[in-house]
Write a protein that binds this ligand. Structure first.
Ligand SMILES: [Zn+2]
Length: 245
């Protein structure tokens, strides 16, 4: 894949990374990433994916911006309150990097459309805040065999793992039942930002083949003590989602 001189200059510092180079940059340019949710996780994830030159980034979110989102959903600013989140997100992303395609998909993810939505993408990123929707997305990604990067945050805590369908445990192997939903749970913006950026890094690694993704490993972040803990996770025999793979 050819790069223009402005692209080569824009991505110069990462092309210098051993194991990434121009071939990794080409993989990024060809990649299509779906970010599910333009919230506390999806905003930082999408900024860094677009900055890194991922060729096509789609932002799926049906909601409008609320004032109480602004402590953590950093692509939405004060004058965006009331506007569509996916549209607010792509407006900023286009200014950051006009070399890549960014797309707003202002839709809810449902059991009817999940498979169709994820189908066209190289990697799907979980930037959601509802477990029921996460489980739908996990299932759709397993069925379409698309890598799925999961993260979740609560207060000063977060967790992240990568699902490679058929190779690693899926979300439902790790959590056979979705945890109870909580409306308006506490979140510090910097916690969501930390996990969102780890998701961006995982996504870039999966696309380029750089390093070792969090496969079969769940990384827990504790912002209170500023520590990370890694937990081994395994595939569950008879998992209703990925058991037949
Ligand atoms: Zn499973």
């Amino acid at each position: 894949m050819k790069f223009s001189s402005t692209e080569l200059e824009r991505y110069d510092r990462q092309i210098r990374i051993k194991g990434l180079g121009k071939s990794g940059q080409s993989k990024l340019k060809k990649a299509r990433v779906m970010v599910a949710g333009a919230g506390g996780l999806g905003c930082p994830t999408s900024i860094y994916l677009v900055a890194a030159g991922v060729g096509h980034v789609a932002i799926v979110d049906k909601d409008a911006v609320e004032l109480s989102n602004l402590n953590r959903q950093i692509l939405h600013w004060s004058n965006d309150v009331g506007k569509s989140k996916s549209v607010s997100t792509i407006k900023k992303l286009r200014q950051l990097n006009p070399e890549v395609k960014v797309e707003a998909i202002p839709k809810a993810i449902t059991s009817d459309n999940a498979r169709k939505l994820v189908k066209a993408f190289t990697v799907v990123v979980d930037g959601l805040d509802r477990w029921s929707t996460r489980f739908l997305l996990n299932k759709a990604c397993v069925e379409e065999k698309i890598p799925f990067v999961h993260a979740g945050v609560y207060s000063l805590y977060g967790q992240i793992t990568t699902v490679l369908p058929g190779k690693s445990p899926c979300l439902q192997c790790i959590m056979p039942k979705p945890p109870p939903e909580e409306e308006k749970f506490p979140v510090l913006g910097a916690t969501a930002g930390t996990l969102g950026l780890l998701e961006a890094l995982e996504t870039i690694k999966i696309i380029t083949g750089l390093g070792e993704p969090l496969v079969g490993r769940m990384l827990h972040f504790d912002g209170e003590t500023m520590s990370f803990q890694e937990i081994r996770v395994e595939r569950r025999q008879g998992c209703p989602v990925c058991g037949s793979l």
